[in-house]
Design a protein around this ligand. Structure first.
Ligand code: FAD
Ligand code: NAG
Ligand code: NAG
Ligand code: NAG
Ligand code: NAG
Ligand code: NAG
Ligand code: NAG
Length: 467
């Protein structure tokens, strides 16, 4: 930090502002999985000065840890587990966070009709053997395309060279390769297919559940600690260079450097001067609104599809402990695994423990615009339907108590076949370095913690070139 000053930047509508000037090599927008990783690597491994701008009061993005009051136990309701890929385990080791095999709770799974909450015993899930066989085929198929999709799309083929089967609706592709038995697992892990999996392009299913996750034979998590510990320790290390509860108000970007006016919630204002900007927050139009997008950038970033998804910890009195309740579409009867999500929303409740507290993790997502309040209403009504339908033999009301609730609304690739053939992926990657701005994070590759870290490792050397 280089002291206090007042300034007015031509081209910035904000006029004259006063505050500290921060002069760094790289400004990092967003301090979630990829932003935290990038900041640590840049400062500690590449001797580059940084500043991180994060809108929340903490680092960690989609990691959401609920600490149960009074007892020293926490429940993870966002990111839960990790798989080894790239340098994932090294990053935990670097912060002294001990990891172990994820201790999966053994739950009693039931499927209920998403329209009325009644037990759907007429749906037969695939056997373990069938699931395993279909996943083995899927691993083979994804490996064939791993070099063009992981990590990131640096080598993705243009137009005519895109393998045509990647642009088939997944329903057709799955039938061709007999993959239906893998669909429940693919959807549960990756959350792909809200509204129906069959019509989603195979490219997007492969993006959601590609070779690294398909091949992962075991999942790990921090031993006895919360997932937030990693990010707390990263914050302790970086805190002099992190602006929390802060957002960019105005920006100018040239190849020669960038200027950002950053405001914290309490009104504190800074002028950041940096040589490069690394965008790790989702590149949605609202997030990039202050950045004065040019035509080339707008053309790319205006093609995302918004998503609505929520996670939380609830007390659901009508569901017995140790149950996992999946709401599925009756279109799947008797065993159309690809049709499980043929409905405008998805919902599941999983008992979290510790025993006796009646806590459940909820995952809820829609294919239509929805507010927090409306999401809570739909979740509560869906729980009540379990009572109405007699699913758990209880007659008392099922008043849901939301003890923690957050949204993970974001954006998704749902460009048409024509847009992909017209070079969307190349146009997206052509923005790397454009106007001294670089990108990483879930939208630029495969959206898991270890894969965004691996992607970030490929972006950093390019960003640093000529700094
Ligand atoms: C419910 C759920 C469960 C998941 N479970 C797992 C799991 O078990 N394992 C796994 O590997 N992956 C999991 N994922 C995926 C994982 O969360 C993502 O792969 C990862 O978070 C992507 O990292 P990122 O840096 O791209 O985005 P994020 O981690 O979301 O980080 C983006 C950051 O940018 C900040 N930000 C956004 N807009 C702005 C702005 N305008 N200004 C400043 N800051 C901004 C956000 O607050 C956030 O901190 C899960 C995702 C969800 C939604
Ligand atoms: C790190 O960068 C600073 C400033 O550019 C320089 O003075 C220092 O020597 C560098 N340290 C290492 C270990 O490269
Ligand atoms: C996967 O590929 C390997 C090697 O190419 C082959 O031996 C194996 O039979 C394939 N497995 C499946 C399930 O397709
Ligand atoms: C949402 O899902 C429903 C049910 O599958 C489907 O009919 C509808 O077309 C979907 N809407 C959008 C916008 O995808
Ligand atoms: C809480 O649990 C953690 C991890 O199990 C442990 O390291 C810590 O000492 C505990 N704190 C208290 C106050 O018991
Ligand atoms: C739930 O499972 C745990 C073990 O994981 C067990 O200790 C507990 O008694 C079970 N609760 C009920 C209500 O069955
Ligand atoms: C509810 O009661 C029916 C009939 O008595 C029984 O078959 C079923 O297993 C019960 N369901 C649960 C979840 O206890």
């Amino acid at each position: 930090m280089l002291g206090k000053a007042c300034w007015s930047i031509v081209a910035l509508a904000i006029g004259k502002a006063c505050g500290s000037i921060i002069n760094e090599d790289v400004a990092v927008l967003g301090g979630g999985a990829s932003g935290t990783y990038a900041a640590v690597r840049l400062r500690e491994d590449f001797n580059t000065s940084i500043v991180v701008i994060e809108q929340k009061a903490r680092l960690g993005g989609h990691v959401d840890t609920y600490t149960i009051p009074g007892i020293n136990t926490s429940v993870e309701y966002g990111v839960q587990t990790y798989f080894q890929y790239g340098a994932a385990t090294d990053f935990f080791a670097r912060f002294g966070v001990e990891i172990g095999v994820f201790p999966r709770r053994s739950l009693t799974p039931i499927n209920v009709d998403i329209s009325n909450g009644a037990l759907l015993s007429a749906y037969t899930p695939p056997s373990m053997g069938a699931t395993g066989d279909a996943l083995a085929t899927w691993v083979n198929l994804t490996e064939k395309y791993e070099s063009i999709m992981e990590p990131g799309y640096w080598n993705f083929p243009a137009g005519h060279a895109i393998p045509p089967e990647l642009l088939l609706p997944f329903g057709e592709y799955a039938t061709k390769y007999n993959l239906a038995a893998a669909a429940p697992r693919i959807m549960a892990v990756s959350n792909v297919g809200i509204g129906g999996l069959k019509k989603v392009l195979t490219l997007y299913v492969m993006q959601a559940f590609g070779a690294p996750i398909a091949k992962a034979t075991s999942l790990f998590s921090p031993k006895g600690n919360s997932n937030s510990l990693l990010y707390q320790r990263a914050y302790d290390l970086l805190k002099d260079d992190v602006l929390l509860e802060s957002r960019v108000a105005e920006a100018s970007r040239e190849l020669s450097g960038i200027r950002l006016v950053v405001k914290r919630e309490d009104g504190t204002t800074w002028l950041i001067k940096a040589k490069r900007l690394l965008v790790t927050a989702p590149p949605s139009l609202p997030n990039l609104e202050p950045f004065d997008l040019d035509k080339q950038e707008k053309a790319v970033f205006s093609t995302w599809t918004p998503t609505w998804s929520f996670a939380g910890v609830l007390k659901v009195p009508c569901i017995p402990e140790n149950y996992s309740v999946s709401y599925i579409s009756s279109a799947s009867l008797p065993s159309d695994h690809l049709a499980l999500r043929d409905y405008p929303f998805t919902l599941r409740f999983d008992s979290t423990g510790p025993s006796g507290l009646g806590l459940f993790r909820v995952l809820f997502a829609t294919n239509y615009t929805i507010t927090h309040a409306e999401a809570k209403v739909t979740i509560s009504e869906s729980a009540q339907k379990l009572v109405t339908a007699g699913t758990f033999n209880t007659t008392s009301d099922c008043k849901v108590d939301f003890v923690a609730f957050t949204d993970h609304n974001s954006i998704l690739w749902r460009q048409s076949v024509e847009q992909i053939k017209a070079g969307f992926v190349q146009k997206l990657y052509a923005l790397q370095g454009h106007r001294a701005t670089w990108y990483t994070g879930g939208l630029f590759g495969s959206d898991y913690t270890s894969t965004v870290w691996a992607l970030t490792s490929t972006v950093l050397p390019k960003l640093l070139k000529g700094l």
